[in-house]
Design a protein around this ligand. Structure first.
Ligand code: NAD
Ligand code: ZN
Ligand code: ZN
Length: 366
């Protein structure tokens, strides 16, 4: 079938083209796209900071309606509302353990451009095969995904509002609820109040943390962080010693949990320096190959503290996304506050607004 997709053929370019999409194979579904969020990973792949296999259709925060199911799919049926999430192979040790975020084949499934059987579904007018990001390629009017990467959600909820649950929100909220699992009354410092950090703040409130400290450079982000559940904010531009300020807020002891949701090495160091004894610091910000120097004794060993990295919040989308939808329905995950909608044709503007920081979560509507 013919689809309209935003394709990246050369570094830092996106253009909408007509492409041919093949029918779903066994285990796959065809989705009529309703909307797709814009995430930093799309921009990193378009700019080739991540060596994604061009030409590629980016987009990995898609939502839509099942239009056709391939052979052997029994988890979904035509008409189901789905949120698409990150791919996993389903047959490595980590997938079998129920930890698809740690899938041993993640990198090639995320950025290699093919589905897990090594083939592609999109071709251009010249018959050349086109890759998709995250086994999805959500910047398209229709896409094919493996059924295990599409999560059926409550049809009563406005589907286009749920895009960011597939990546950004899952990453921030998952880091808190699935990885840290904070006890009520504990404290957390969240470095970065973007889509990921803001989701961590909302999740920390849900978990019952009593001190939720947001650190950012932009006053409007800090104001929004307070609306989302932060109890304290620190502007990194105005504070000479962020760890000391965090300790002061937390009875001189530091925080139980820290999250780096920016991707700047010095923030990772500040996060670790802010932990109290037996604290846990989690890194989700993408630092690429930048070195993060860690004072292993002072920050970790002496305090019996831990430092962990986590992909996609350490969440299993099939169980975690429906839980997030419930929180959204209850008004406990007010993600609409950080969302702005764009027409598909305005995709370049959406990326510009994400890059400039004008909008936290741009969503393209088809
Ligand atoms: N691990 C994963 O699976 C995963 C998934 C999604 C996103 N990410 C990564 O998470 C990070 C955050 O993503 P996002 O979508 O929330 O980005 P974002 O740009 O929306 O948010 C980043 C925030 O950090 C703030 N910031 C920048 N420099 C700062 C500094 N020096 N001190 C304090 N605050 C600073 C910005 O003002 C912004 O509010 C990115 O690196 C992204 O690539 C990781
Ligand atoms: Zn796997
Ligand atoms: Zn993403």
């Amino acid at each position: 079938m013919k689809v309209k997709a935003a394709i990246t053929r050369a570094t830092d370019k996106i253009e909408i083209e007509e492409l041919e999409l093949a029918a779903p194979k066994a285990g796959e579904v065809l989705i009529k796209m309703v909307a797709c969020g814009v995430c930093h990973t799309d921009a990193s792949a378009i700019k080739q900071f991540i060596p994604a296999n061009l030409p590629m259709v980016m987009g990995h925060e898609g939502v839509g309606i099942v239009e056709q199911v391939g052979e052997g799919v029994n988890s979904l049926k035509v008409g189901d509302h789905v949120v698409m999430s990150y791919p996993s192979c389903g047959c490595c040790d980590k997938c079998f353990e129920g930890h698809p975020y740690a899938c041993e084949n993640s990198f090639s499934l995320f950025f290699g451009g093919a589905y897990s059987d090594g083939t592609r579904r999109l071709t251009d007018a010249k018959g050349n095969e086109i890759s998709v990001l995250f086994g999805q390629g959500g910047f398209s009017t229709y896409c094919v995904v493996e059924a295990r990467n599409a999560v059926k959600v409550d049809p009563e909820v406005d589907l286009k509002a749920l895009c960011s649950l597939g990546c950004g929100v899952q990453t921030g909220a998952g880091a808190v609820l699935c990885r840290m699992k904070p006890e009520p009354g504990t404290s957390i410092a969240v470095f970065g109040a973007g889509a990921v950090g803001m989701s961590a703040i909302m999740a920390a409130k849900i978990a019952g943390c009593d001190k939720i400290i947001a650190i950012d450079l932009v006053p409007s982000r800090l104001e929004m962080a307070l609306e989302m559940g932060a109890t304290h904010v620190i502007n990194g531009k105005e504070c000479a010693d962020v760890p000391a300020k965090i300790k002061e807020i937390c009875d001189g002891k530091g925080v139980h949990y820290g999250l780096e949701a920016v991707g700047v090495p010095v923030l990772c160091q500040q996060m670790l320096a802010s932990l109290r004894s037996e604290g846990l610091g989690v890194l989700v910000g993408v630092t690429g190959d930048k070195e993060v120097g860690v004072l292993a004794n002072a920050w970790l060993m002496d305090k019996s503290a831990s430092f962990a990295g986590v992909v996609e919040g350490g969440a299993n989308p099939q169980t975690f996304i429906p839980e997030l939808v419930k929180f959204y329905k209850q008004g406990r995950l007010p993600i609409d506050k950080m969302t702005k909608y764009y027409k598909f044709e305005e995709i370049n503007q959406a990326f510009e607004d994400s890059h400039s920081g004008a909008v936290i979560k741009p969503i393209l509507v088809f």
